[in-house]
Design a protein around this ligand. Structure first.
Ligand code: PA5
Length: 449
């Protein structure tokens, strides 16, 4: 069984034949990806990444993960953007919602840092780590990203101070470029274990490289099953799979149809499982950075339901009709919780007695779908049999493949992100970073005006 896409409640908002008319363009996009003839063709390493992953490589990841698991009660994963969100998406989707509180004895606590410059955040983190046996996975492809580098310096010093330099060396791992960048230089000098981020895999497509796989393995999840799910979806979304049966092709064509022909400029990915919050964050980066350029692109948004039905529900039901929804729906929860009987029935909820909580959730989901479609919101649904490594692997590859196709349909290079540099340039100029003297002068003059 695979994850499944249902577009019926979206295509009803389009003229008949709209999605089918995309078939030749989708085929051309798929050929361009396969043949490496599209823009951004130096970043296509993700396309057949799942089927290229070897057992030996996964064993190496697992061996390193086991060392960190044995030696650390806490592992801090330092990284930002594509060097962060994939790992967090999977770990939060699969883990106990209260892992950091319940003090899971079997697995180290995973913490994330290097994804912001919040002084309070970092002060509180370093305070929490005092006296703890912690390790660090420093993830940065460029090896020079400010947020991550700044955090890593703090963590490295603290780890060495608490465990001694020799022991720290065994619990600090770098995931970075094979040759370039400060993270590589530090790792080589200190003798850290390292994993390489392939040149031809961009950050937001890198969750199935050590960027995602190492932290996921450290957290105690089965990376082999994750990769197997991605491999099976690579086949299900392959270029020879007929258009009507190819979920990535259908998703890409439907969303582009909604965008260009029905004025639906915002896509909201919704879940009815709070564990999928960070999966949606990962998805937002994947689609936002891939499609938002050249003055174009569907704005990727996300809501956690039913939580956000009590905050964003009004807007979605009756606001500007420029949105469509893609619901990630989990068929069967991993746990079972039955609603209890109450003699007094003061809350009037005895009609739910004996039902699984998920039955209520499913009716909320169906009710929401009907209401939003009635309100003019096209709805796609990706159903996932269960939240486990295998199906999360499928979801990852499905969204990646659809993203590549969709970006090419839109007519942009889906594999670059030139716009991300603008804020960095200003920040470096404002901080008088060596090498930015001219920019510093110009920005100070601009601010003085
Ligand atoms: O998708 C991207 O390229 C970005 O989100 C990067 O992953 C992010 O900026 C982090 O970059 P780096 O891995 O070089 O530290």
């Amino acid at each position: 069984k695979n994850i499944a896409l249902d577009t019926t409640k979206a295509v009803q908002f389009l003229k008949a034949g709209t999605v089918e008319a995309y078939e030749p363009k989708v085929k051309a996009a798929q050929e361009a990806l396969e043949n490496g003839t599209c823009e951004g063709n130096d970043f296509l390493g993700w396309l057949h990444l799942p089927s290229e992953i070897t057992e030996e490589f996964l064993n190496e990841i697992q061996a390193c993960a086991n060392t960190l698991r044995e030696k650390c009660e806490v592992v801090v994963v330092a990284g930002i953007g594509g060097s962060y969100l994939g790992a967090r998406a999977v770990i939060e989707a699969l883990g106990n919602s209260f892992a950091w509180l319940v003090g899971d004895k079997k697995n180290p606590t995973i913490m994330f840092a290097g994804n912001n410059i919040g002084e309070d955040y970092l002060a509180e983190l370093t305070d929490y780590l005092k006296g703890k046996k912690f390790g660090v996975i420093n993830i940065s492809k460029s090896g020079t990203t400010t947020e991550t580098a700044l955090t890593f310096r703090l963590l490295k010093k603290q780890c060495e101070a608490q465990r001694g330099k020799a022991e720290a060396k065994d619990v600090i791992v770098a995931v970075t470029d094979a040759h370039k960048g400060a993270a590589r230089a530090a790792a080589d000098k200190e003798g850290y274990k390292t994993f390489v981020i392939p040149d031809n895999v961009g950050g937001r497509f890198s969750v199935l490289t050590p960027v995602g796989l190492l932290p996921i393995a450290v957290a105690g999840f089965d990376v082999k099953a994750l990769v197997k799910g991605a491999q099976d979806m690579e086949k299900a979304c392959g270029k020879d799979v007929p258009f009507a049966e190819n979920p990535a092709a259908q998703y890409a064509a439907t969303r582009q149809g909604l965008y260009t022909q029905a004025g639906k400029k915002i896509e909201i990915v919704c879940n009815f499982q709070p564990k999928l919050h960070y999966f949606a964050e990962w998805w937002k980066q994947l689609y936002g950075e891939s499609e938002g350029k050249d003055g174009k692109g569907i704005f990727p948004a996300a809501c956690d339901f039913t939580t956000d039905l009590h905050s964003m529900g009004q807007w979605i039901q009756q606001g500007e009709r420029t949105i469509f929804e893609t619901v990630i729906s989990v068929e069967t929860p991993n746990e079972k919780l039955l609603f209890p009987h109450d003699e007094e029935n003061l809350d009037g909820l005895n009609f739910l007695e004996g039902k699984r909580v998920d039955e209520v959730n499913k009716m909320a989901e169906l009710g929401t779908r009907l209401a939003h479609v009635d309100g003019g919101v096209p709805n796609m649904r990706v159903s996932v049999p269960q939240l486990n490594e295998y199906y999360i692997g499928q979801l990852i590859y499905f969204f990646e493949k659809a993203c590549g196709i969709s970006g090419l349909l839109e007519g942009v290079n889906p594999f670059n992100q030139p716009g991300v540099e603008a804020y960095k340039k200003n920040m470096f100029a404002l901080l008088n970073k060596p090498g930015y003297e001219a920019e510093s002068k110009a920005i100070q003059e601009r601010l003085a005006q």
